[in-house]
Write a protein that binds this ligand. Structure first.
Ligand SMILES: C[S@@+](CC[C@H](N)C(=O)[O-])C[C@H]1O[C@@H](n2cnc3c(N)ncnc32)[C@H](O)[C@@H]1O
Length: 286
């Protein structure tokens, strides 16, 4: 089969699920990963044939994509700040906006001396914790999640990397966190579940059917439940002058800020994402 014919048919097959440009970029990504071809090979080499040994695999990939499975799960990885994180249905696919949380955290860590201690609550794939651990190999990074399945996957990322993350099981909503070691932290980061049940209706089926609901949703009647818990933990665990950063639901920006103001943190402020939406709340411990 000619590569250009495969691409044409595959884009068409995904069009019921995605707008055409997105369907095309998914198919081109698939071809790049599975065949090693460039995004323009089918144009510059119109007679390029898909190797016969690759056709079965591509058909299996297409069946999963047509069923609505996100391309990152099909390929088994997601890109996050230039690194490949293993992902599957046990964890949320890291989102590009979360990269900004890591950037904010990194510029703070870069200003510290010594061996900063970092805590990532609701770590999922470990994308935030690992990014910081790998960029700051001198940091002591701890990361917690309630999902044992997510922790198993997160622990196995970057076995040969220079950084290290101590993962532990914890329900952030409990009063105490079972930290493996005592001591205060210089930085607490979290991207907790924050989408309300009523926002589900506006979401794409491929997110709802494949990504773990535990990672996404909070009850309509208590959308800030995780922020209250994080604020309580941060109040006990941050050292003086330390920073907290949480990703938020833009609908509740002022209310989320108020949660941290009520816990008596200083310089509580909103950080906007690249689309200009309020996306993070930053706060400092007194
Ligand atoms: C929005 S995902 C974030 C994953 C990752 N930090 C990221 O940014 O891609 C939220 C994570 O919170 C975890 N979680 C849900 N409820 C929790 C709880 N009560 N305690 C700890 N973790 C929880 C989920 O398992 C999921 O991995």
């Amino acid at each position: 089969m000619l590569l250009k014919d495969f691409i044409r048919d595959a884009v068409k097959a995904l069009e019921p699920l995605y707008p055409e440009p997105e369907a095309r970029s998914i198919v081109l990504w698939l071809c790049n990963e599975r065949l090693g071809v460039k995004s323009y090979t089918h144009i510059t080499e119109p007679s390029f044939e898909v190797p016969s040994g690759a056709v079965g695999g591509l058909d299996a990939d297409m069946a999963r994509l047509q069923a609505g499975e996100p391309v990152q799960y099909v390929l088994g990885f997601a890109e996050f700040r230039g690194r490949r994180f293993r992902v599957d249905r046990r964890v949320l696919i890291p989102r590009p906006e979360t990269e900004m949380l890591v950037e904010e955290a990194s510029s703070f860590l870069g200003s510290l001396t010594g061996k900063p201690r970092v805590l990532d609550l609701c770590t999922g794939s470990g994308c935030i914790a690992w990014s910081l651990a790998l960029d700051f190999p001198g940091a002591e990074v701890y990361a917690a999640d309630i999902s044992e399945e997510a922790l198993t996957l997160a622990r196995g990322q970057f076995p040969d990397g220079a950084g290290h993350v101590s993962f532990f099981h914890a329900d952030v909503l409990e009063d105490e966190l079972p930290l493996p070691e005592g001591g205060r932290f210089d930085l607490i980061v979290s991207n907790p579940p924050y989408i309300t049940e009523s926002e589900k209706a506006a979401m794409r089926p491929n997110v709802l059917d494949y990504e773990p609901g535990l990672a996404l949703f909070v009850p309509d009647d208590d959308p800030l439940v995780f922020y209250r818990a994080i604020a309580r933990h941060a109040g006990k665990l941050l050292s003086s002058g330390a920073l907290g950063i949480v990703e938020i639901n833009e609908q509740f920006d002022q209310k989320t800020m108020a949660v941290f103001q009520n816990e008596r943190f200083q310089k509580v402020q909103l950080v906007h994402d690249y689309a200009g939406k309020p996306r993070f709340v930053k706060f400092f411990a007194k």
